[in-house]
Design a protein around this ligand. Structure first.
Ligand SMILES: [Fe+2]
Length: 384
């Protein structure tokens, strides 16, 4: 995140002796991207972060691919899948490719283990619930509508999670960034951006935990899971500074751009990555040209698979949608509003809807989870 942030105690210079008032050494750790050339943070620990007692692999199915899934439009109901489990087992993966994995989760068995995704940045969109994201960088309190952006390598634990919780989780093999066209050359969000730095919630300081009992950390890398037994509590950071840390942005803070006639989804973009973009649809006024058609026109995007995760409201172009529904419109296949929706939108002044869209640049693979809960007639839903 291109905003410098600093919490707790740090020495005035890097790479110099830094001790507590009692004379105990603090241990410097660089947390960086692209070797030593990308954004980074520098953390100061009470104990070296390398103190590991045991390592073992945890067997865990990654995804159940639906190998011969037809290329067609899909609508499936993620709420119809049983959701339970912990931070590792609780994810239900529906779609994936080489760049991104799309899952939902309701965590019912969160335990004392820490978790670190070492292969992918994560966006945890909070569809329902509230809680606390604890990390070495501090604490982020979250609530319904938040995007929690967790760069790869951030160790976290979710605490105080409400019983009724649901997340839409985007795992990206490339960094999650704010859209480039919304930033100036220094990384500052521009005046025409639909959100600004004031909307971005950075971690709050939490006191270091000094506890020398063993703790368990689950690391995900190369689609395998390993349990590390650390010899002390890892949240022993007295201070840190830098540009690389978890952060939050609420969908409710997103100020939509509207036009006299229909504007395409890129005006609703919220994140970018090398393999996809994320846009969000939020309540907004409709187009005000006297003959405007507020509903989208039919479109055939040959290079993108389009995924929509429906959150809340009356989605203007779709029928039969529930909160938690996902539609997938594969690249090249024309799609658009279902019969009657274009005509019904004419003259409407505003729309109340929340949805998260992921447009990928490579085709998505469909998993067996989709086969179990899909509307098998959806591809025929444009017939009268
Ligand atoms: Fe579309």
């Amino acid at each position: 995140m291109p905003i410098y942030h600093q919490l707790g105690q740090i020495p005035s210079k890097k790479h110099v002796v830094f001790k507590s008032e009692e004379g105990d050494m603090y241990w410097e750790q660089l947390y960086s991207t692209l070797g030593f050339s990308g954004i980074y943070s520098t953390l100061y620990h009470c104990l070296p972060p390398t103190r590991v007692r045991e390592i073992c692999e945890i067997p865990q199915a990654f995804v159940e691919e639906w190998g011969d899934a037809p290329v067609q439009p899909y609508h499936f109901f993620t709420n119809h899948v049983e959701h339970s489990g912990d931070i590792v087992s609780g994810r239900r993966c529906f779609l994936f490719n080489d760049d991104v994995t799309l899952s939902t989760a309701s965590f019912t068995e969160l335990d004392d283990r820490f978790y670190r995704n070492s292969q992918a940045d994560e966006i945890l969109f909070v569809h329902r619930g509230e809680g606390e994201l604890h990390t070495e960088h501090g604490l982020i309190r979250f609530r319904q509508g938040d995007y929690l952006v967790v760069p790869r390598g951030v160790m976290y634990r979710i605490e105080q999670l409400s019983e009724d919780n649901r997340f839409f989780i985007i795992e990206s093999f490339h960094p999650i960034e704010t859209p480039k066209r919304f930033r100036n050359e220094f990384g500052q969000l521009l005046e025409h951006a639909p959100f600004c730095e004031r909307d971005i919630r950075r971690p709050e300081h939490r006191e270091p935990v000094i506890q020398k009992d063993p703790c368990k950390l689950v690391i995900k890398r190369r689609n395998r899971f390993f349990e590390y037994e650390l010899d002390h509590h890892p949240f022993d950071v007295v201070g840190w500074d830098g540009y690389l840390y978890p952060w939050a942005l609420s969908i409710h803070e997103y100020m939509p751009t509207v036009g006299k006639i229909h504007l395409p989804p890129p005006v609703h973009q919220v994140f970018q990555s090398a393999g996809f973009v994320v846009c969000n649809f939020v309540p907004r006024l409709f187009d005000w040209h006297k003959d405007a058609i507020p509903a989208p026109y039919f479109h055939q995007n040959v290079d993108s698979d389009e995924v929509l995760y429906y959150v809340d409201g009356d989605f203007m172009s779709r029928k039969g949608i529930e909160p938690g529904s996902i539609t997938l419109h594969p690249g090249d296949v024309p799609h658009g509003p279902q019969p009657g929706k274009i005509e019904a939108s004419i003259g409407k002044k505003e729309v109340y809807e929340f949805a998260v869209m992921v447009d990928t640049f490579k085709p998505l693979q469909v998993t067996q989870q989709v086969a179990r809960v899909m509307d098998k007639k959806y591809h025929r839903s444009w017939l009268d």
